[in-house]
Design a protein around this ligand. Structure first.
Ligand SMILES: Nc1ncnc2c1ncn2[C@@H]1O[C@H](COP(=O)(O)OP(=O)(O)OP(=O)(O)O)[C@@H](O)[C@H]1O
Length: 197
């Protein structure tokens, strides 16, 4: 009985019967998504298919037009936009979110790990696309949260940046986390499953 209960509670996110209508268009309907500890799901679909919409629903940022989302654990959501303001430096960005989340992590150490120590005090508007993406991804390291919802996490990253984010995902899964990513290209990690939109 206890074993059954444990199995039932194993998922880090479970969405059932999800539907999204935007304008006159049904983006998706009766869609179910579930991720357990150690899993990495990839959301696939053409431009405009609804991947970002689905990720926002999974993260509680928009209300499903149908269906339910159960998320018994805390999560990080990194959108396809980086969320870095034009005047904001990586230092200010990471310090701000660290404060909001009550993080004890060292922002400088995180920046160094993410390879953004050089532009740490450069305003967001002056950063390269890849440096902005690295800054956004760095938020994952501020607070330990089991579920990661990532919208095109590899976009604008160079080879070394892609390898870095892949290693973060692998490490997260190995420590019992789960990841759901919207991706266009090849997944540089071993996916547990795909959701086609
Ligand atoms: N509030 C809205 N009103 C009307 N249409 C919307 C609204 N929000 C999103 N859409 C439309 O829903 C569709 C799905 O958008 P979404 O960003 O989820 O697609 P996507 O699969 O992530 O695309 P991409 O691969 O280009 O990032 C798009 O056609 C978008 O214009």
């Amino acid at each position: 009985m206890a074993e059954n209960a444990a199995t039932m509670n194993e998922f880090l996110i479970k969405a059932v019967g999800l539907g999204a209508i935007r304008g006159e268009r049904v983006l998706f309907s009766d869609l179910s998504v579930e991720a357990k500890a150690g899993e990495a799901l990839v959301l696939r679909g053409a431009n405009g298919a609804g991947k970002s919409t689905l990720l926002r629903m999974l993260g509680g940022l928009s209300r499903p037009d149908a269906g339910t989302v159960e998320r018994p654990v805390r999560h990080h959501w990194i959108g396809h936009r980086n969320g870095l303001k034009p005047h904001e430096t990586p230092r200010a960005h990471l310090t701000h979110w660290g404060r909001v989340w009550g993080s004890t992590a060292d922002a400088i150490e995180i920046a160094s790990h993410m390879g953004i120590e050089r532009p740490f005090d450069v305003a967001g508007r002056l950063l390269s696309a890849g440096q902005k993406r690295r800054t956004a991804i760095a938020r994952l390291l501020l607070a330990d949260r089991p579920l990661w919802l990532l919208d095109e996490p590899f976009s604008a990253l160079d080879t070394q940046g892609k390898a870095l984010v892949t290693s973060l995902i692998d490490r997260h899964r190995a420590s019992g986390g789960a990841v759901i990513t919207a991706l266009h290209g090849e997944a540089p990690f071993e996916a547990s499953g795909e959701v086609q939109l």
